[in-house]
Structure formats: C-alpha cells, structure tokens
Design a protein around this ligand. Structure first.
Ligand code: IUR
Length: 519
C-alpha cells in the first residue's frame, strides 16, 4: 500500500502508462491487485471486464470491496473505463442496485406510500429549488425523504447551501428521518455511512478523476439514492445549456430518457424535466445568498423563474403520484402553499428538527430580508459591476459567473474542501430588461482582495446585451419526459390521457392545460 493515497482529492491522478487507466501518483503495484485475479493489474482487467459485458456483475462485486477499501487505485480506472465505454441500461440498473444495497433501505408505514415523492437535479448555477420544493410538497401533504448531493458543479450543492444555516445537520439516521417525516413531512439529508455509502465514495472519486459527466454514472448515482427512499414518484430536473453538466439538449435528453427507463426497470416511477441552464436560476448565486432567495420564494415572492420551476416540478410530482388530477392543479396547490406561508412554516420546522436553534429558525423564516442577511454568514466586501453600454439583457451567462465565484471560494476544487459560505453574487437586472450604460448589473460578495482585471473581464463577458425591445424572460421548463405505463389513478379518474411509453411532453403548455401529456 506504500504511497497509495486515499480517495480524498489531495493526491493528483496520473495516467497509468502500463494499463491506460488512472492511478494515484506514487501508487505502487502492491495495491493494484484487488479488483481482478491475483497478479493482474486491474487497470488491464477492468476495461476488459467491461468490454466482455460483465461490468454490472463486477459492479456488484466491487461495490462492497470499494467500501472496505476506498484506498484502491483501480477505482479511477473503473470509472474512466465506464466513462469511455458507457454501460447499457441493464448494467446501469445493476450498478444502481449495487450502490443502493451498500446501505440501508428506508422503511415507511404502508399508508405513506402514495405520498412519498422526491425531486433531484443534475445541478445548476443558482439552483435552490430543493430548499423550497421539499417543504412546499410537505405542506401539500407529501412525505419527502430527500437524500441530496453535495454538488459536483462550480458552486456547491443543496447540502452545502443548507449548511450555511448555523447548526443545520445534514447527517440524519434512518430513524431520525422517519421522525422528521412524521412530524414535518420532509427532510433534506446527505448520503452517509448508513445511506448509500458506496455512492459517497464514487461521488468523491468522480470529482477528482474527470468522470463526473458519465451518463451511466450520473444515472446510478442519482437513482441509487432514490431507490433507497422507497418513493411513489420521483422527478429529476435534468439541466441543459452552457452551464449544465450536459450542455447539449440532445445529450441531456438521452440522460433524461436513461433515468426514466432505468428507474422504471427498478420499479421506480421517474419523470424527467429538461430545464434550461444558460442563465443562473433566480437572481442569487452562492450559499447564504441562495438561502435568502429560497426564503423569498417561500414568502410567496422572489424571482418568477424560480417560482415557476418549483411549482412546475411540484405540480408534476403531485400529478404523477396520483395526488392531483392534473399537473396544473398540482402546480396551483404548490403555489398556494408558497403564498399562504404553509411551505415556509414547514421549512422552519425542518430547520429546527435538523439542528438549527428554534429561535434562529423562527427569526430566519419570519424576519425581513435585511434581518435574514444579518443571521446568515456574510462575505467581507461587496463590489458592483456596471453595464458597459445601453441595451436589452439578452442573457446572463451562468458559466463565467460560476467560474469566477468558484475562484473566489464559492465552490470546491477538491472533495472536502471548505467553502466560503458568504461568497456569491446578486444579479441586479433580469433577462429581457432594458439597461442604460453605467447601471449596476451585478453585485459580487467577496472575502478577499478586489476582483482582478481578468475576473472583472470574465464577469462583464457574462452580460450579453442586444438591441432588441424588452421582452419577458422565457420559462426554464422545456420538456417533460414521462414514465411508461398507465396514467396516475387520480388522473385516470378524471380521464386525463398520458401518452404510452416515455414520450416527450412539452411541460409549459401542459402546465397551462387541464390535460397534461395529451397528444
Ligand atoms: N446528483 C447526484 O446525486 N449524482 C450525480 O452524479 C449528479 C447529481 I451530476
């Protein structure tokens, strides 16, 4: 084992010239024999195993092995082989099951079953939907046992955002989760030693081996957590666009189809929404700032694109699980829970039940935006950027914004690295708005020195202006891919037709209509 580092992101990976796989720098041969037959280097064995169609079987073997021994260098080779060669749906389903079985399956009372729903995202800039949607669904009578990810993107994930709230604890045992669902209706927790531990190992290893954007690995990672939750319905928000994991909409659609299909083969009712990720979602990016914006949405206010995504995804879930007779009806119920304060009430209860001082949870949920800002970790300084010319805001490019915020400490470069929770940016203008030269359009919250010249240039490049007349920003919702099989019961009762198979549906018109998915 000499010289072989843990999969913790500290040691750089290099290509293993003997086998074409990836090993830790300094890794000696002694640690390479663990996956394959004795004296065979797995950097040779693993791709061969994959090529001969036994990857899923081997996945069932190596999943428990990697848990006992996350020191293994061949893990990187396996991941890279999967990324390069892919996996068929059957293999992906077996890998998903193997990951799910690495921990406990959650058990719920039978009566909860129709109400058990969840949402997951492939990750986007400014994506705080889960923070709002989980309590909103709880307020609509759902049970939401959300096992979330830390985020492999530039600015952290849902759990990181929640951890900017002092005291919030993302590690909950299955027993605590049950109590939370009984008392509050929702919880947001992380993968842990008891919950899908193998996904935790793979997640960290993918982050440092350039294997995040592998379709079967994303599918298995997301679905393994959801299989464990024992859901009635799941919706996955699959992002496409410049700042998405799969920028190309066709590729994102392929991921969406795989999630729906593999989910169905595992008995999980999965729908996938394709949503645009060219501009950030909402007006805030960065941990504390996103919690503030989630609270605004829970006040029944906040940016329209965020509210639209929350109500759209929530409406689809209520409909898919048979709790609403149409997507539009479900969306209206989620909107009502935001407007009448019941969703915010559930959020407050969830915070208090997950470790936040009850007085702080109350102050955050009932306080003014200014008071909330005082209660959450802030950055030391703020710096504004001004519009370089007159024009209409065509787009605010999420990618350069996220890359600069990453540099300022809002994202991790290595698994386990601490984040600067107050670092982020507020968009002071909206897409479609007319701007005058010199108007402030971006406020950056930073801890360190002033923005460098190149950072300012990159940020100014994110503002795309045109000569067009002002326009209404388009909806981020592009398509909804439905699971195969019959319509949900409530929908059938109301003669709502669902296309057979996992055909594509256009979610935006479907939300407006009474008969979603009809064709
Ligand atoms: N969320 C997950 O849980 N896993 C992934 O691989 C991605 C998002 I990308």
């Amino acid at each position: 084992m000499d010289g072989c580092a843990r999969v913790d992101g500290r040691t750089p990976w290099r290509t293993d010239t003997r086998g074409g796989g990836w090993v830790r720098a300094g890794c000696k041969d002694q640690c390479l024999g663990r996956l394959g037959a004795p004296n065979q280097t797995p950097t040779r064995t693993v791709p061969k195993t994959l090529a001969s169609g036994h990857s899923a079987m081997s996945a069932q073997v190596w999943t428990p092995v990697l848990l006992d021994n996350p020191l293994m260098c061949p893990l990187g080779a396996m991941l890279m082989a999967i990324r390069l060669r892919g996996m068929d749906p059957e293999e992906t389903a077996l890998l998903t099951q193997a990951l799910a079985r690495s921990g406990q399956k959650l058990e719920w009372p039978e009566a909860w079953h129709p109400h058990l729903v969840d949402k997951h995202s492939t990750g986007g800039v400014g994506d705080k939907v889960s923070l709002v949607l989980a309590p909103a669904l709880a307020a609509c009578g759902c049970k939401v046992p959300m096992i979330s990810g830390r985020g492999l993107g530039h600015t952290g994930g849902t759990l990181d955002k929640l951890e900017s709230i002092p005291g919030f604890n993302v590690v909950q045992s299955p027993e605590q989760m049950k109590l939370l669902l009984e008392q509050v209706g929702c919880c947001i927790v992380g993968q842990s030693e008891k919950l899908v531990p193998a996904d935790g190992v793979l997640y960290a290893a993918r982050d440092v081996t350039a294997t995040v954007d592998s379709l079967p690995l994303v599918t298995a990672s997301i679905l393994s957590k959801k299989v464990v939750e024992g859901l009635s319905a799941l919706i996955v928000d699959v992002k496409f666009g410049e700042a998405a994991l799969f920028p190309d909409q066709e590729q994102a659609r392929e991921l969406a189809r795989t999630l729906v299909g593999v989910g169905a083969s595992l008995g999980l009712r999965v729908a996938a929404a394709l949503t645009a990720m060219d501009s950030p979602l909402g007006r805030s990016v960065g941990h504390s700032l996103e919690v503030e914006e989630a609270l605004l949405c829970l006040d029944g206010a906040g940016p329209p694109d965020l509210r639209e995504l929350v109500t759209g995804l929530g409406g689809a879930l209520l409909w898919l699980s048979g709790q609403a007779e149409a997507q539009a009806r479900g969306a209206a119920r989620v909107a009502a829970a935001l407007d009448d304060g019941s969703a915010r009430g559930r959020f407050q209860q969830m915070l208090a039940a997950q470790g936040v001082e009850p007085a702080l949870a109350r102050a955050l949920c009932s306080g003014s935006p200014a008071r909330r800002r005082q209660l959450l970790p802030g950055a030391r300084d703020q710096e504004e950027l001004r519009a370089p010319a007159d024009g209409t805001v065509e787009r605010i490019r999420a990618l350069p914004l996220a890359l600069v915020l990453h540099e300022l400490g809002a994202g991790r470069s290595r698994a386990g690295e601490p984040l600067r929770l107050g670092v982020g940016a507020e968009l002071l203008v909206a897409v479609g708005q007319r701007l005058r030269r010199g108007t402030p359009w971006l406020r950056v919250h930073r801890d360190g020195a002033a923005l460098s010249g190149s950072q300012r240039r990159a940020l100014q490049g994110a503002l795309v202006l045109s000569d067009r007349a002002p326009f209404a920003a388009p909806s981020p919702l592009a398509e909804l891919i439905l699971p195969p099989g019959p319509a949900p019961e409530a929908a059938q009762e109301h003669h709502v037709h669902v296309a057979a198979g996992s055909g594509f549906q256009d979610l935006a018109p479907a939300l407006a209509a009474q008969t979603p998915g009809s064709s």
